[in-house]
Ligand binder design. Structure first.
Ligand SMILES: Cc1ncc(COP(=O)(O)O)c(C=O)c1O
Length: 389
């Protein structure tokens, strides 16, 4: 296996080596990272719920009753009452007939798409969809077409030449995880109807964030009726862990029978389910969190734009700062860290080559003071590195 060392060295030479940073304590707007207290602008804990006392209480109470481990997969003896309760809650939350839990968003995307699409089918996928969607498509063995990012004309051209296939599926993130822009769901739903295709959406970064009640982009665009399958995660704005899919009863029954990442894995710990139930209640009952989140996101995005940074087409709480050059991006991130701000650099292959960027994320719990400090620091470093004037 010596050749792996060489490959790692090559990755490092290109400035693309990934390393994990150690975080002490809980996910908060300020965290201790690598021994230094920093402003955390790199978390998907958008509504600040990951360390919420009510959610922690729900989890600890569940531990007292149900213990820690679930003991088996759902189809063996690991189907506990809190799994069923959470699925009921999610179905209500998403106005869906039925919901099914997966252990992670990655497992959901990989295991759902691969279970119901096959080699006589064709899948149209946005070029910037999450890696887990790509892996699900590859596993399905269906014909795979990538349309230009958020470009419905490109999608339509592909749909026009897809007559020979048995089934057609359009798959898209609703909020793109590295770009912070939003898929044109109304247009996509209209094309699906015109060309007899199904639509699968990934609401990982939209759940709790978009829509009047935080139900996601599907609520925001009022396309609930037109979207066949909605997937989402509990690990981002909801602050807990796991993922779900919503669909018709027979679709969920199909997944229970066919989806390998659902069948062949131990189910979620019950305390996590209790935490997620408490979290959904907070999302529904505390719209002020979402208001604060959007106020903070707009403040930071507009501030960065006004300073001359390229925030791409970001419209959400994910704000990329496009630098392009890998080494400059790393340097920028390091300089920010020296000033006690943590912003992760995102490089190829997570984003296309020559599109290296800083991925800034904001939460409802950051203060305007925090964000003003971040803007001042971005300005000073941006000028020093010649990225803004
Ligand atoms: C769009 C999108 N889908 C799916 C996932 C995977 O979710 P999980 O972290 O629960 O595996 C992520 C990120 O992690 C994501 O950004």
């Amino acid at each position: 296996m010596e050749h792996l060392k060489k490959e790692l060295q090559e990755i490092e030479n290109k400035g693309l080596l990934r390393k994990m940073k150690l975080l002490e304590g809980a996910q908060e707007p300020k965290v201790v990272l690598e021994g230094r207290e920093v402003l955390n602008l790199s978390s998907n804990n958008y509504l600040g719920l990951a360390n919420d006392p009510r959610i922690k209480k729900a989890a600890t109470e569940a531990i007292e009753i149900y213990g820690i481990g679930s003991g088996a997969s759902r189809l063996i003896s690991g189907n506990m009452e809190l799994h069923a309760k959470l699925e009921e809650k999610i179905a209500q939350f998403k106005n869906a007939e039925c919901a099914l839990l997966f252990n992670t968003g990655y497992m959901a995307n990989a295991g759902i798409i691969s279970s119901f699409m096959g080699k006589d089918d064709i899948i149209f996928s946005d070029k910037l969809n999450h890696a887990s969607i790509v892996d699900g498509i590859i596993l399905s063995r269906a014909e795979y077409k990538r349309y230009t990012h958020c470009d419905v004309k490109s999608l339509e051209r592909m749909l026009q030449s897809s007559k020979g296939y048995k089934n057609r599926l359009i798959v898209t993130d609703t909020v793109f995880s590295m770009d912070g822009d939003v898929a044109p769901l109304i247009e996509i739903a209209a094309l699906a109807e015109k060309y007899d295709a199904w639509v699968f959406v990934d609401e990982a970064h939209a759940t709790g964030v978009l829509g009047k009640n935080g139900k996601g982009a599907v609520e925001h665009f009022a396309v609930e009726e037109q979207i066949d399958i909605q997937m989402g995660t509990l690990s981002k704005a909801l602050g807990t862990f796991g993922a779900f899919v919503c669909g018709s009863k027979y679709f969920i029954d199909f997944l229970i029978n066919k989806s390998r990442s659902f069948i062949y894995t131990t189910s979620l710990p019950p305390a996590i389910c209790a935490a997620s139930i408490a979290s959904i209640d907070i999302v529904l009952n505390e719209p002020q969190r979402r208001k604060r989140l959007w106020k903070n996101a707009d403040f930071l995005r507009n501030g960065l734009k006004n300073l001359g940074f390229d925030t791409m087409n970001s419209k959400t709480t994910i704000i990329p700062v496009l630098i392009k050059d890998v080494h400059k991006t790393l340097e920028f991130s390091k300089e920010l860290f020296n000033e006690n701000i943590y912003v992760q650099s995102i490089r190829h292959p997570t984003v296309p080559e020559h599109e290296a960027r800083l991925r800034v994320t904001v939460t409802s719990e950051h203060s305007i003071n925090d964000l003003t400090y971040a803007l001042d620091t971005f300005e000073a470093i941006g000028k020093k590195l010649g990225i803004v004037q």
